[in-house]
Design a protein around this ligand. Structure first.
Ligand SMILES: Nc1ncnc2c1ncn2[C@@H]1O[C@H](COP(=O)(O)OP(=O)(O)OP(=O)(O)O)[C@@H](O)[C@H]1O
Ligand SMILES: [Mg+2]
Length: 289
């Protein structure tokens, strides 16, 4: 490193100082999107960012998706993926695959990456320590009830295990599933788990990383500072659909439940997490209390 470069590095670190102070000791829940986490280089950068957050005193909690990875396994098994309003229709066989991919594959891969960057990540599913209690989703489409199988909503969160882990050196990494009172395992959209967890933990921030720049209008412009009424209108006219539906709902609900702010950001951008936390250059769809 030459001197000019070294001075530049020192300057950048100093600029980050107010942000480091601001977020020190604060919980930040990050939803790591299945679509944004397929690029190997971005995976490395993301893992490094999370390890750095912890190293400077924040309490990051990662909840991950795995849509593309689940889709890939189902395709290998010769099973078709079906979606209704962004939710995967989940029969018993699909649920087995979902659990295998999320808790077995994707979860351990993220843990491994964070650990290789000097973090101490612990992989969990919503089942561990009774973290996520699930309730079967009752979904309606055009006024009619639709059975989505083992698709669940979050009925309750018991944050004890997270408090134990992130109060120490550990970084919890959570696969989104839960157990119902019927004993069955439910597949829960990761956005919903991240939102409910952020609310229960009274997180400072809920960050939803995805594979788009944020919530876009019909012309492709980024929308920010959305109110609940504006979101309803955007859903009604079809601007917001599919996987963005659970995301925007939980972003709004989290701030209503006391989370400082929710932000939907582009996980395809290198260092998206640090840009949002440590600079004023963060972009995406911000939702404030
Ligand atoms: N108004 C909108 N603005 C932006 N994206 C939208 C909008 N309406 C629908 N979408 C869709 O939502 C998608 C993001 O949700 P999706 O569930 O596919 O990804 P993810 O939640 O990041 O990953 P995963 O579900 O695997 O965890 C976008 O890729 C886009 O196709
Ligand atoms: Mg999604």
């Amino acid at each position: 490193m030459n001197t000019t470069h070294a001075i530049e590095t020192a300057r950048i670190l100093t600029e980050a100082l107010p942000y480091i102070h601001r977020f020190a000791g604060k919980r930040i829940v990050i939803k790591y999107g299945g679509n944004a986490m397929t690029d190997p280089h971005l995976q490395q950068v993301f893992a490094g960012d999370v390890a750095l957050m912890k190293a400077v005193g924040m309490k990051p909690v990662v909840v991950h998706g795995g849509g593309p990875q689940i889709g890939a396994l189902l395709e290998k098994l010769g099973k078709e993926s079906k979606f209704v309003d962004g939710l995967r229709v989940t029969d018993a066989e699909t649920m087995d695959a979902v659990q295998m991919v999320l808790a077995g594959g994707v979860n351990k891969q993220i843990v491994d990456l964070i650990n290789r960057h000097g973090g101490r990540a612990v992989g969990l599913s919503g089942k561990d320590g009774g973290l996520v209690r699930a309730r079967k989703t009752h979904h309606e489409k055009d006024g009619e009830a639709l059975d989505l199988g083992f698709v669940g909503d979050v009925a309750a969160i018991d944050p004890k295990l997270i408090e134990v882990l992130d109060g120490d050196d550990f970084i919890p990494v959570i696969a989104p599933m839960g157990v119902g009172t019927d004993g069955a395992t439910y597949n829960i959209n990761a956005d919903l788990v991240a939102g409910a967890l952020a609310a229960t933990l009274k997180a400072e921030k809920l960050m939803l990383l995805t594979n788009v720049r944020g919530v876009l209008d019909k012309a492709g412009n980024i929308l920010t500072g959305l109110s609940s009424a504006q979101v309803d209108a955007l859903i009604a006219d079809g601007t917001i659909s599919g996987g963005m539906l659970p995301k925007i709902h939980c972003a709004l609900q989290a701030v209503r439940d006391g989370v400082g702010s929710s932000i939907i950001i582009d996980g395809r951008v290198e260092h998206a997490v640090l840009l949002e936390l440590f600079t004023d250059a963060g972009v995406g769809t911000l939702i404030r209390r």
